[in-house]
Design a protein around this ligand. Structure first.
Ligand SMILES: Cc1cc2nc3c(=O)[nH]c(=O)nc-3n(C[C@H](O)[C@H](O)[C@H](O)COP(=O)(O)O)c2cc1C
Length: 195
């Protein structure tokens, strides 16, 4: 049996750009799909061109493709719930916030800026026919130890990138989540003031 997840477009209350409505976070990555050098580099380039406070760009990435020791090391730091599916991604990108400058000045917007880079990467990936699933469930200290990150380099997220496979390959509870209705809070709950 094949379970199609080809149309998971958001049902929006107002029109938004196709790339934003169509983007979603699958767990059913095709374990045979590979990402080419140029394709992977394009995603990182999209991240590079995200805006940041004072253009400080307080972000760094560890980018690793499946089949490398670095990929396996990142997988080892994921919590079990995420390991199960993320191991099938074509690549993993660790998003790292640079929390302070060389003189110790805190970079107050580092995590905010990092989030914008991953949003850029996600939109580029979707536009290139790939899918992205961000992950907060991992062990940042273990990851920092393995890659020898300085104290000012804080691993905030891991982003799985790949090609959607057959959702039927997923077991529960992943399968139900893969096909569940996509939901958001009503816009009226989010916008406190609309003048
Ligand atoms: C910072 C962040 C951390 C996340 N952590 C996890 C995670 O650890 N495991 C997981 O399966 N999904 C994780 N997600 C994915 C979200 O659950 C998902 O984006 C959300 O449910 C909305 O679904 P959509 O992206 O398909 O619209 C994370 C997303 C973000 C942005």
């Amino acid at each position: 049996m094949t379970i199609s997840t080809s149309d998971r477009r958001a049902i929006t209350s107002h029109p938004i750009a196709d790339v934003l409505a169509e983007r979603w976070s699958p767990r059913s990555f095709d374990p045979t799909a590979e990402i080419a050098d140029a394709q992977f580099t394009t995603l990182l380039e999209a991240a590079r061109w995200a805006p940041s406070a004072s253009n400080l760009q307080p972000v760094r990435f560890i980018a690793a493709r499946r089949g490398t020791a670095e990929f396996d090391a990142i997988v080892d730091t994921l919590v079990g719930f995420n390991q199960v599916w993320a191991v099938r991604a074509s690549a993993l990108v660790v998003g790292i916030a640079v929390t302070a400058g060389p003189d110790g000045t805190p970079y107050r917007w580092a995590e905010y800026d990092l989030g914008q880079t991953i949003a850029h990467l996600s939109v580029q990936a979707h536009s290139d026919g790939l899918h992205v699933h961000q992950i907060g469930g991992f062990e940042p200290q273990a990851l920092a130890r393995h890659f020898g990150l300085a104290d000012t380099l804080v691993a905030v997220s891991v982003t799985a990138i790949g090609t959607r496979g057959d959702a039927a390959a997923l077991v529960e509870p992943y399968l139900s989540r893969e096909v569940a209705d996509r939901q958001r809070l009503p816009l009226d709950d989010l916008v406190l003031v609309f003048a």
